[in-house]
Design a protein around this ligand. Structure first.
Ligand SMILES: *Cc1c(COP(=O)(O)O)cnc(C)c1O
Length: 220
């Protein structure tokens, strides 16, 4: 079933779109089935859970961190992940840079944008992204490759569309304004219920969980 779900979604995506399987709470067996169906990138939310799965899978696919990164987990996170999609503070950027320097790694990162401007959400407010970016652009051990956003916690398609459109505008604006960002390329937005809207708004990376694996238990 998982394999078929993956294939169905991959067939519907254009070639330039990266499908990230959002695998929080899923077992290693489920993840292996998704990989057999064609999944090439795993997205995990929690460092400890990701570490266990990363060890079990032996590095056959890259792991992206798509959940909030706590400062005390940075050291471990930079060893496991191939991209951090949720860079959302200058302090975190410094810590990631410092830990990566120690292991001689350059970490691809996306800046998380709070496109819905909901107070309880993490992410940089859209009008602060430019100044945030200029404050971290010189860090040698992070490589800024694009933006990630969750969008609003809402079923309101227009609210979702407007948050995604705004994020796409910001993505284009930054790409034009900072030509030195030579790896600027990813706009990560859209989940099971919203990825079609996100693609219509210009996303080229979508993070999908329940449409691949089935609905999760609540509270996960
Ligand atoms: C869980 C999760 C997803 C996928 O959500 P689904 O609704 O299961 O597709 C995408 N992005 C992030 C950051 C998530 O935590």
């Amino acid at each position: 079933m998982i394999k078929e779900n993956v294939r169905g979604i991959l067939e519907s995506l254009s070639d330039n779109v990266v499908l990230v399987a959002a695998t929080k709470t899923r077992t290693v067996e489920e993840i292996k089935e998704a990989i057999a169906g064609g999944i090439a990138v795993i997205g995990e939310n929690y460092v400890q859970e990701a570490e266990r799965k990363h060890d079990a899978l032996g590095g056959i696919v890259p792991f992206h961190l798509v959940g909030h990164l706590q400062k005390n987990k940075v050291k471990k996170a930079v060893r496991i992940f191939d991209m951090i999609q949720t860079l959302d503070s200058g302090e975190l950027a410094m810590l990631v840079n410092r830990e990566c320097e120690k292991i001689k790694k350059v970490m691809p990162v996306l800046i998380e944008v709070n496109s819905a401007e909901e107070a309880q959400k993490s992410g940089i407010s859209p009008d602060q992204v430019d100044i945030f970016l200029s404050s971290i652009i010189e860090l040698p051990h992070i490589r800024i490759e694009g933006l990630m956003t969750m969008g609003p916690f809402s079923q309101d398609e227009e609210a979702i569309r407007s948050a995604f459109k705004r994020t796409k505008q910001l993505f284009d604006h930054i790409g034009a304004r900072y030509p030195q960002l030579s790896h600027w390329q990813y706009l990560s937005m859209g989940m099971s219920d919203s990825y079609r809207i996100a693609l219509a708004c210009g996303a080229n990376m979508v993070r999908i969980g329940s449409s691949l694996f089935g609905v999760r238990e609540r509270n996960n």
